[in-house]
Design a protein around this ligand. Structure first.
Ligand code: MG
Length: 249
């Protein structure tokens, strides 16, 4: 069941979203070769607590840290550790924040120093694919129109969309109905209505779309060890244009 949010609930989610986006901005500013992924986690956590909010991933199904940090062939759900980030890496950071019982969820892939042109293109296409999906985030369309737009765009650029992990509704729970695949035929699923709030999150691979979970039970990697990129925003459907809630004003 898709839970429709009131204007006031969306206002609270925008507050959570602002801090979520602020954490990603902060990480983009401090990220440099030689840092460890746990350092990023500490910085993110500090930033979230500064606003008296809660890092929503911490303890979620037992996840041991405040953010997910996934490097290179890691797709999502990487666990912060003493791993050192190197020049040329691409680093996907996923942040979840809870405030007054509501959530914000956003992710972004950062290039560390100079990366290959192909890696740059992968990151750019992933971001752009989110905005392709966003075009269908209004009451004229159905859920799978978003999915179809993302897949079509990604494949037109020669990359593969991950099918095993999907976007989701979000509100009082981090993951609510509906599931939002980043692939599929258009014109299916529920018609979008004002007050729906979605975390839309394309994961795009340079090679195969096949992925596996490592023995830590969290880290998702590409099966061919080629690069993967992630981009996510929390988006509210309105009677007019959709509103991205995970923005720093
Ligand atoms: Mg998410």
């Amino acid at each position: 069941m898709i839970i429709i949010k009131s204007e006031n609930e969306i206002k609270i989610m925008k507050e959570a979203g602002r801090v979520t986006a602020g954490v990603l901005e902060k990480i983009g500013n401090v990220l440099k070769p030689g840092m460890t992924t746990i350092e990023l986690d500490r910085i993110a956590e500090e930033e979230i607590y500064k606003y008296h909010m809660i890092p929503a991933f911490k303890g979620y199904n037992g996840f041991p840290a405040s953010i997910c940090v996934s490097i290179n062939e890691q797709v999502v759900h990487g666990i912060p550790s003493d791993r050192i980030i190197n020049e040329g890496d691409i680093v996907s950071v996923d942040v979840g924040v809870r405030y007054e019982g509501y959530h914000g969820d956003a992710a972004k892939t950062f290039a560390v120093g100079s990366v290959s042109d192909e890696a740059k293109k992968l990151i750019e296409v992933t971001e752009c694919s989110f905005y392709e999906g966003l075009k269908y985030c209004n009451t004229k369309f159905r859920l799978s129109d978003i999915s179809h737009a993302i897949q079509t765009y990604v494949e037109s650029k020669g990359f593969e969309i991950v099918k095993d992990f999907v976007g989701h509704g979000i509100g009082k729970s981090m993951h609510e109905d509906p599931q939002i695949p980043n692939y599929g035929r258009p014109g299916r699923g529920t018609r979008l209505t004002s007050g729906m709030v979605f975390a839309i999150e394309p994961m795009v691979n340079m090679g195969t779309d096949e992925v596996s979970v490592l023995l830590d039970n969290w880290t998702v990697v590409t099966n061919d060890a080629k690069l993967s990129s992630h981009f996510e925003h929390t988006v509210a459907i309105t009677d007019g244009e959709p509103v991205i809630l995970t923005m720093v004003d």
